[in-house]
Ligand binder design. Sequence first.
Ligand code: AMP
Length: 280
Amino acid sequence: MIILRNSEELKTWIERHRSSGKTIGFVPTMGALHEGHISLVRQSKLENDVTIVSVFVNPTQFNNPEDLKKYPRTEEADGQLLEQAGVEVVFFPTVETIYPEGQKSTHFNFQGIENQMEGKFRPGHFDGVATVVQKFFEIVQPDRAYFGEKDFQQLRIIQELVKQKRLPLQIVPVAIMRESDGLAMSSRNTRLSQDMRKEAPNIYQILQKAKVFLEDHSVEETKEFVSEAFSKTKLKLEYFEIADESTLESVSTNSDSRKIRGFIAVFADDIRLIDNISLN
Ligand code: AMP
């Protein structure tokens, strides 16, 4: 595995491999890697000749400066995990490499998808995400790029970005990896206190109960059920929404004609965790 920090070096490496007919899989990450990230790498390795992983904590997608400051950074361990996973190249750019003209994002319009849920609670977040992913796609020009369903709204945003800009690559969604107690793997989990780590599995447990509850209750009643369930835990519910998987607009009734999903954000002390579950 080679480690590159400079985008020109990366472009040269990619050009050499592309001209010999190799396909390129790309996995963008913010580091503090865990099995969830590695599942994206495994999928890419199955489908491409070479796999490139970027590790970059993107400042423009953080609406909360404290969250950016406290975001875990574990470069050495990340390198080891990626090497074991059989990645060909890891790209660790500096902020100046990605943002030579200052840390600014482009404003995007994704037909309203960007204004739901995470977009409402984290203003500017998806502009930052789409800006950095577009920059990475320009540098890497992958055949396929891998995104986790853990960040389902982000995945939808990137699918729209590719459609809107007519980018010649395939976006491959990857299922959520969970700890054995159901907690969705996340780099932020390492920041949980012992007490909150014990509370956090409630998120997925309540999502699963909500799925069963919705079978014979209304959307409104299910939202109340979830809100009440969290009031009995130490976690603080920020939102629970039931939304159309494609538009991400909230639905008020459960119908079989469209795919719907439950989306959730909670605070465990000051650590914000998200998760989602397919509901039909
Ligand atoms: P991050 O480093 O948090 O920006 O995540 C990088 C990529 O890994 C994103 O596409 C995430 O959706 C994906 N990812 C993070 N956690 C998980 C997980 N538990 N299961 C599957 N994919 C994940």
